[in-house]
Design a protein around this ligand. Structure first.
Ligand code: SAH
Length: 361
């Protein structure tokens, strides 16, 4: 068993069971043994593949979306272009390449990457080196460290990795799901009943017996901070992820390893852990900070409105038959209902009174 499993066993023996959020946060982000801290998990040889790794079209379209938003903002001379959890830096590299066609925007960009993993920071540096020769990106552990100023922010498959707590409604009241030890093995157990309703959307507090509700406080706090930033300084954020358009019940925490589902508790630190994003919760939090929100709209519709199919056809014109086949496959995965087209969604957060951003009409 891994070092992280041993560390978690000692902690549970000393302090008692962990909340699901504590377990998830340690499994993904423990400074030494966390899943993201010492590996590049993407691609065929890794554990999972994300939209920017499927096709350059994804990042290109997002780069042009940012350029359009920058114009809407009144073309400020400096704008913080921020990406949360940039992975291999592929999305940002494609976005910067596409936005070079709008030189004034390209010149205004100050690049900030929010990333905790040293391995992935290195990978991002390599992806972006040649694209930003005169303006190096700055890395931060946390969005709060990004300097004040007009903001354009991108987050693809970032919020799904933030920790969730889980509560279950039982005959005795709400109980929290916890991770305990049975011998050497991790097991889910339920806490003793809460006296009050745990923090959760009001609509879910009357869920039927047996229902599991997932609550992601870190995500709501971050959405609030982003909302505050665009309210104070102008700008917009584009959040793309998989999840629910409205508050919903259901246990969605999952582990993936080697492109297959994996037992969530079997090998902490060695499998990716994610859970559905509650887009309504993000929109509400950003709204509380004064920002406007748009969507969520299904990823397929969003990318189609921004011209992904036309871009695919243009690329196919100068492609070999093999490349043309890859482009067609990528288009299907990004747009199709069986691929990422419907489960994945896009949400925009924008300064108060901003016009409807492209793709959200
Ligand atoms: N956006 C990329 C990668 C998604 S995977 C893509 O679409 O390919 C999640 C990314 O978020 C990784 O880069 C991971 O290291 C980073 N990450 C996860 N939790 C984080 C946290 N709490 N703070 C900062 N970065 C985090």
């Amino acid at each position: 068993m891994s070092d992280l499993a041993d560390h978690l066993r000692r902690r549970i023996n000393a302090e008692g069971p962990l909340t699901v959020a504590q377990y998830m946060s340690q499994a993904l982000s423990h400074p030494e043994h966390g899943y993201y801290m010492n590996r590049d998990p993407f691609g065929a040889a890794g554990d999972f593949t994300t939209a920017p790794e499927i096709s350059q079209m994804f990042g290109e379209i997002i780069g042009l979306w940012c350029a359009a938003l920058w114009r809407e903002m009144g073309a400020p001379q400096r704008v913080n272009l921020v990406e949360l959890g940039p992975g291999r830096g592929t999305l940002m590299a494609d976005a910067l390449r596409a936005s070079a066609t709008v030189p004034d925007f390209a010149a205004a960009i100050e690049l900030h990457l929010v990333e905790t993993s040293p391995v992935l920071r290195c990978r991002q540096r390599r992806s972006l080196n040649t694209l930003t020769p005169d303006r190096r990106p700055l890395w931060h552990d946390d969005f709060s460290r990004v300097p004040a100023g007009p903001l354009l922010l991108i987050a693809n498959e970032f919020f799904d990795a933030l920790p969730v707590r889980q509560f279950q409604r039982t005959a005795a009241g709400w109980r929290e799901r916890l991770v305990a030890l049975e011998g050497e093995d991790f097991r889910f157990v339920l806490s003793s009943p809460w006296e009050e309703t745990p923090p959760m959307p009001r609509q879910l507090a009357s869920s039927p017996l047996g229902a599991v509700v997932e609550v992601r406080r870190a995500a709501a706090e971050l959405a609030f901070a982003i909302g505050r930033r665009v309210t104070d300084y102008g700008g917009a954020a584009l959040i793309i992820d998989y999840g629910h358009g409205e508050h919903a019940v259901g246990e969605t925490l999952q582990a993936v390893k080697g492109h297959r589902y994996h037992d969530v508790l079997a090998t902490p630190g060695e499998a990716d852990l994610t859970a559905h994003v509650d887009f309504r919760a993000l929109a509400e939090a950003a709204g509380k900070a004064g920002a406007g929100t748009f969507g969520p709209v299904p990823q397929g519709e969003f990318l189609e409105r921004l011209g992904l199919s036309a871009r695919a056809e243009a690329l196919a014109l100068r492609a070999t038959p093999e490349q043309a086949n890859d482009i067609a496959q990528a288009r299907k995965r990004l747009l199709g209902e069986k691929g990422m087209g419907r489960l994945f969604k896009a949400l925009a957060i924008a300064s108060p009174g901003a016009a409807v951003p492209a793709g959200f009409e």
